[in-house]
Design a protein around this ligand. Structure first.
Ligand code: SF4
Length: 463
């Protein structure tokens, strides 16, 4: 998915002012997810589990080369083919070559943010392969030709009525259908596709190095069918998705589901190790696992941003975020939106490309409290902001204002004088003319400041 981040402010403003339905749908859904997540955390010693998960991921990331080698060996011993993709173009080429070699005309796909990241669908379609999304939310968006708005609930920004209208128009379902009827309408199309597709494409929530196992969590059963009915299964897995042992997986499956949807565990967990062991057995004839870097090695080398690679893509930080809730994901302009997008995208795409996402946050800290692997998102946002400032990527007015503030704040005499002038001018609305405050104050009423400075009041002993 090509990034279009630069216009974040304009898109967010447009969304807030012109699309109240998006705000309503996103707010309703994220608050419900967040409430379920809080309840699910309260049922366990979540602090203990979150510290444990952080430690396992940190250990894995600091020994990633060893675990990747081990995973490759185990997968190949299981009969799977392992491929390495340095970037999006290589990943796309590998998938289209596998499809070409397997005479694939139709592919079904499970929800995978990595395949969105590498723009896989357009490449397959250009190669003459029909691709059908099988996650219900992704299927809705495919019909609308829209990118996902949320890591977990891609069509979270759509109302029930919008889906009714879409399905009535495209699938001939009743215009007043309830959610069950709508799901049945989609299921009729998707069942047929599962039976006829030659290739199933998925991501991978985890890859266990010890056994060479790709683990996939879902609630709809579409991934189970995608990985078992077509004769070729391709799993695209980011290199950061490694876990050392099966015992680690047991903990992560539960923690991910609690963080994502408030469930103790996902309805379906598929563990893929390789192809069917002999002709006639259930399962695909070929399993290909593509290990994708696409900027992750650079993020790993960054002194701070590497912590974002612990991300499980559970979406809990998006659900907790008061900023994301206003606009949904499209305003962010890239597949990873919300708090995690604001710290991961600068690492994957480059800070210049990802501006101004590190500033799209109130720094309230709700994302950190929700995160099952304790990624310090507010701290990472501040680091990216500091780097943006150093690289001259912030507006010149803001940099000049901050330089001026530093200069005044480090000179006591000047500071006292500025305080007196500020107190006298404060009530006149002059503050709105200041470079940084003016923008902030445009839609807010500023409090009238005291006519006396704090120092003057202090000197006179007035509390
Ligand atoms: S940053 Fe944490 S909360 Fe957000 S998606 Fe990743 S794992 Fe989930």
């Amino acid at each position: 998915m090509r990034a279009r981040i630069g216009e974040y402010t304009a898109r967010a403003t447009e969304s807030i002012r012109s699309e109240p339905g998006v705000r309503e749908s996103v707010t309703g859904a994220t608050l419900a997810f967040d409430r379920k997540r809080r309840n699910a955390y309260a049922d366990i010693d979540s602090d203990h589990w979150r510290h444990w998960a952080e430690a396992v991921k940190n250990h894995t990331l600091t020994h990633l080369d060893d675990y990747l080698t081990q995973a490759e060996e185990r997968l190949e011993a299981n009969g799977a083919h392992v491929h390495w993709a340095a970037d999006a173009a290589e990943a796309r080429d590998i998938v289209t070559t596998i499809a070409d070699d397997g005479l694939v005309a139709t592919a079904v796909k499970g929800k995978s943010m990595l395949t969105e990241e590498i723009d896989l669908n357009p490449a397959l379609e250009a190669a003459g392969i029909e691709v059908l999304e099988t996650d219900l939310g992704e299927y809705i968006l495919q019909l609308l030709d829209e990118p996902p708005s949320h890591i977990l609930g891609p069509a979270i920004h759509k109302s029930l009525q919008q889906v009714r209208d879409l399905f009535a128009d495209r699938l001939g379902s009743a215009p007043d259908g309830d959610p069950d009827t709508l799901a049945q309408a989609a299921r009729r199309v998707l069942r047929d596709a599962f039976i006829h597709a030659e290739m199933g494409i998925t991501g991978g929530n985890f890859l266990v190095a010890e056994t060479g196992t790709v683990a996939l969590i879902e609630n709809e059963g579409n991934i189970r069918l995608t990985t078992s009915l077509p004769r070729v299964h391709v799993a695209l897995v980011g290199i950061e998705k490694l876990l050392p042992r099966m015992t680690d997986l047991a903990g992560f499956l539960q923690l991910t589901a609690r963080a994502a949807t408030g469930q103790p565990i996902g309805c379906f967990v598929s563990l893929i190790q390789g192809p069917a062991s002999q002709p006639g057995d259930d399962g695909p004839e070929e399993v290909h696992v593509i290990l994708v870097d696409n900027g992750r090695t650079d993020v790993l080398a960054h002194p701070h941003a590497w912590e974002a690679l612990r991300c499980l893509r559970c979406g809990a930080c998006l659900n907790a975020c008061p900023v994301y809730r206003q606009t949904g994901g499209h305003a962010y302009g890239y597949v990873y939106s919300g708090p995690i997008g604001s710290v991961l995208d600068p690492g994957l795409l480059g800070l210049h490309e990802a501006m101004p996402l590190p500033f799209a946050s109130s720094l309230c800290g709700a994302c950190f409290d929700a995160c099952p692997v304790r990624i310090p998102i507010p701290e990472l946002l501040l680091e990216w902001r500091r780097e943006a400032q150093e690289q001259g990527l912030t507006p010149w007015k803001e940099r000049a204002a901050l330089a001026g503030l530093a200069s005044v704040a480090t000179r006591p005499g000047l500071y006292r004088l500025a305080g007196r002038i500020g107190a006298r001018l404060g009530g006149t609305g002059a503050a709105r003319a200041l470079p940084m405050l003016g923008e902030w104050a445009r839609d807010r009423a500023l409090p009238r400041p005291s006519r006396r400075t704090f120092r003057e009041l202090w000197r006179e002993g007035i509390e």
